[in-house]
Design a protein around this ligand. Structure first.
Ligand SMILES: *[C@@H]1O[C@H](CO)[C@@H](O)[C@H](O)[C@H]1NC(C)=O
Ligand SMILES: *[C@@H]1O[C@H](CO)[C@@H](O)[C@H](O)[C@H]1NC(C)=O
Ligand SMILES: *[C@@H]1O[C@H](CO)[C@@H](O)[C@H](O)[C@H]1NC(C)=O
Ligand SMILES: *[C@@H]1O[C@H](CO)[C@@H](O)[C@H](O)[C@H]1NC(C)=O
Ligand SMILES: *[C@@H]1O[C@H](CO)[C@@H](O)[C@H](O)[C@H]1NC(C)=O
Ligand SMILES: *[C@@H]1O[C@H](CO)[C@@H](O)[C@H](O)[C@H]1NC(C)=O
Ligand SMILES: *[C@@H]1O[C@H](CO)[C@@H](O)[C@H](O)[C@H]1NC(C)=O
Ligand SMILES: *[C@@H]1O[C@H](CO)[C@@H](O)[C@H](O)[C@H]1NC(C)=O
Length: 396
């Protein structure tokens, strides 16, 4: 087994939005007319003028966690790096509930023709209205949209963030792009959007070893005859698996948490869909890559004695949402073992290639008593466990 270990040694920077829990519920009857309770409202959750990143997650398809990106040229919002949107976007909500880019606060969100969420300069729009005396709207400019708020604590990711909404409604994605609530079409799906406090997000991003992160392919074409030569697979399902609550359903869309501390026995199951190729083609080499840092999202590793060590097992089957550890897949073999710390870890371990065209589940468990780890899996920048597959497909 090959183990590569390089600690990032970076200083923790992502600060959690912690709910104060102290704000008294506002009196809805007087909410509209009372300035004081209005500002109380907007300062709940993510608050006014605070910067945040947005994590999207989808129930039905694809990968569990993605980070919103905004194209600096088109202003369109994407679930992941796309075109020239290579950096995760950092947002803020101002006192008038306009959503703006923190990197360029002249850029306001507006709702595009297809109800897509876009950003553009709006200084001119405002100026035109006020300076030419006509109060006419300059139709070449887009009208900024307000009514954005991130005040409601996110239940599913509780307590890691606040749900971002516009006019009380969530967002959806159609393909990779982010849209506001209306305009459904067949490839559109609601997403949950969680505002994280990532005030140092952008500056820290430059410290990341960013090699081809943004250019990596994230989606498989599972109907293709010939699989790609190599591909990084993201887990399509991430579940907390609790051996101490054998009849409790697994939890999805929570922070993955492995723990053997305080009498717990919880691990994390990750399911990968290995792309299909004609039976002629096989994957010739496969690796599990584990990459965790504390740069963007909380990483909490603890161990009562010595380095925190974790084991990865391949499993006898794939869990479903209803699966309990009593009835779920069981461990087959140890396929990897790695150590991690609060600074992060990066490992690559070759594994026996699983069968193409099928789903395969791997478990991450604590190797020793009193060891725990929790993290956030995102595809951009890539954090968590991924599988890299290489094929011997002949393209000639
Ligand atoms: C987010 O984190 C920064 C840096 O730690 C802090 O100054 C800011 O107040 C935090 N914002 C919120 C809304 O908690
Ligand atoms: C937000 O920023 C604006 C402009 O800098 C400032 O006038 C306002 O007082 C700030 N509001 C809060 C709640 O910090
Ligand atoms: C938007 O505003 C920035 C400065 O805030 C400016 O550099 C840029 O040229 C503007 N873009 C357009 C399209 O007006
Ligand atoms: C990656 O980092 C290098 C320098 O370390 C920088 O030149 C390059 O622009 C970065 N790429 C992206 C996509 O951020
Ligand atoms: C996926 O592969 C099939 C078969 O090769 C091809 O017809 C289809 O266009 C591909 N789809 C995409 C999105 O590349
Ligand atoms: C946790 O549960 C697994 C599966 O039943 C078992 O093999 C393992 O020994 C348990 N670990 C602890 C620390 O209880
Ligand atoms: C990290 O995990 C340990 C063990 O579960 C817990 O005691 C501690 O409070 C956690 N720290 C943070 C910052 O979440
Ligand atoms: C599980 O891992 C073992 C050891 O690497 C390997 O021999 C076996 O084929 C794997 N089984 C599956 C279903 O991946």
């Amino acid at each position: 087994m090959q183990l590569l270990n390089s600690f990032f040694g970076l200083v923790a920077s992502a600060t959690l939005l912690v709910s104060s829990g102290s704000a008294a519920p506002s009196n809805t009857l007087y909410r509209k007319s009372s300035k004081a309770s209005h500002s109380n409202d907007v300062n709940n959750g993510v608050g006014v003028n605070h910067t945040f990143g947005v994590l999207g997650f989808r129930e039905k398809s694809g990968y569990d966690y993605t980070v919103w990106h905004v194209s600096p040229t088109s202003g369109k919002t994407y679930l992941r790096p796309w075109d020239d949107a290579v950096d995760p976007a950092v947002f803020m909500i101002d006192e008038e509930s306009f959503l703006r880019l923190a990197s360029d606060s002249n850029k306001y969100a507006y709702i595009g023709a297809n109800r897509d969420l876009q950003f553009t300069n709006h200084t001119d729009y405002k100026k035109k209205q006020h300076d030419d005396g006509s109060h006419r709207v300059d139709l070449t400019q887009r009208k900024p949209a307000n009514n954005f708020a991130a005040t409601q604590q996110c239940g599913k990711l509780d307590p890691f963030g606040y749900v971002l909404k516009r006019s009380g409604k969530g967002f959806m994605h159609c393909g990779t792009q982010v849209f506001t609530g209306a305009g459904r079409s067949i490839d559109c799906e609601d997403i949950d959007s969680v505002a994280f406090n990532l005030s140092d997000y952008r500056s820290q991003y430059t410290g990341l070893s960013n090699t081809s992160i943004s250019s990596e392919q994230y989606y498989s074409n599972r109907s293709a005859d010939i699989p790609p030569k190599s591909e990084r697979l993201q887990p399509h399902g991430i579940y907390n698996y609790n051996y101490k609550a054998p009849d409790k359903r697994m939890q999805r869309f929570t922070i993955p948490q492995v723990s053997s501390a305080n009498g717990q026995n919880q691990s994390v199951l990750q399911t990968f869909d290995v792309p299909y190729g004609r039976s002629l083609y096989y994957y010739t080499k496969c690796a599990l890559d584990i990459r965790l840092t504390n740069e963007f999202f909380p990483l909490n590793v603890s161990s009562s004695n010595g380095p925190a060590e974790f084991v990865v097992y391949n499993m006898s089957g794939n869990p479903k949402k209803q699966t309990t550890s009593n009835k779920g897949p069981t461990r087959l073999s140890e396929v990897a073992r790695f150590q991690c710390s609060n600074y992060g870890c990066e490992y690559s371990t070759n594994i026996a290639c699983p069968r193409a065209g099928h789903s395969h589940t791997y478990e991450i468990a604590a190797a020793n008593p009193d060891t725990s780890m929790s993290w956030v899996h995102t595809i951009s920048p890539r954090l968590g466990m991924t599988m890299f597959v290489y094929s011997n497909a002949n393209y000639d």
